[in-house]
Design a protein around this ligand. Structure first.
Ligand SMILES: C[S@@+](CC[C@H](N)C(=O)[O-])C[C@H]1O[C@@H](n2cnc3c(N)ncnc32)[C@H](O)[C@@H]1O
Length: 221
């Protein structure tokens, strides 16, 4: 969620408090600002993560010493940039984007930020791309931020392709408030939550639209 009002999700949070906290803990720099503003510059939907969520992603990847990461849903590369920054030399991010305009803008943003060698942007539908990516498994983290009705499918792919101790992260896990509705998209999202709870040590962090985070447990244990 990108706009300031939707970031003000916490009980005591105001826009001013959120801005103070962001400025103090993770001030913007030029590359992050360019990436954050790219959707608006190019007339794309402004549905990128908020800055605190981006920082949280970066920190989570650092905490598990992630070297190989997959993202589904690049948009203009804002979250990809946060994650690329967490990678050690030799680490790699594969990010998948179905929309040709989004992919083109993201390639420019990522290249401009100097991460062209550490990030592979794959154009296409994640459902087609993921089976081919399995040759590079096991991965250290998989971040889902694309079509919500297929989080269950993407989650299963992640469970088969993550190392023990790897992270599965899903944004919009409250499905814009529709998580408990009687619609197929919500049923798929609930399957994602329930299967994550089964195979991961997990939590759904109450960000404005919920960020599900799970650590893959040893399937043999
Ligand atoms: C919420 S945006 C991603 C935001 C990005 N992660 C960020 O925070 O900067 C979702 C993106 O997923 C893409 N998308 C939707 N369905 C997809 C699919 N099946 N495969 C790949 N990309 C898809 C959309 O075109 C859109 O650019």
């Amino acid at each position: 969620m990108a706009d300031q009002d939707s970031r003000a999700g916490g009980r005591y949070a105001t826009v001013q408090i959120l801005d103070y906290a962001a400025r103090t803990h993770h001030p913007d720099d030029r590359a992050l600002r360019r990436a954050f503003e790219a959707p608006s510059r190019h007339g794309m939907p402004e549905i990128q993560l908020g800055p605190a969520e981006g920082r949280l992603l970066e920190m989570l990847l650092r905490l598990v010493a992630a070297r190989k990461v997959v993202e589904i849903g690049t948009l203009a590369g804002y979250s990809a940039l946060w994650m690329a920054r967490a990678l050690p030399p030799g680490g790699h991010l594969w990010t998948i984007e179905a929309d040709p305009l989004h992919a083109e803008v993201a390639a420019e943003v990522i290249g401009e930020a100097g991460f062209g060698d550490r990030v592979t942007l794959i154009k296409g539908d994640a459902a087609d791309v993921l089976p081919k990516l399995s040759v590079s498994a096991p991965f250290c983290a998989v971040f889902l931020d694309a079509d919500k009705g297929r989080y269950d499918v993407y989650g299963r792919w992640a469970t088969e392709n993550l190392r023990t101790g790897g992270l599965l992260i899903g944004d919009n896990a409250y499905l814009f408030g529709k998580l408990l509705d009687d619609i197929e998209e919500a049923r798929a999202m609930r399957r994602f939550h329930e299967e994550m709870a089964q195979h991961y040590r997990s939590v759904c962090v109450p960000t404005p639209d919920g960020l599900a985070v799970g650590v893959r447990v040893d399937p043999e244990a």
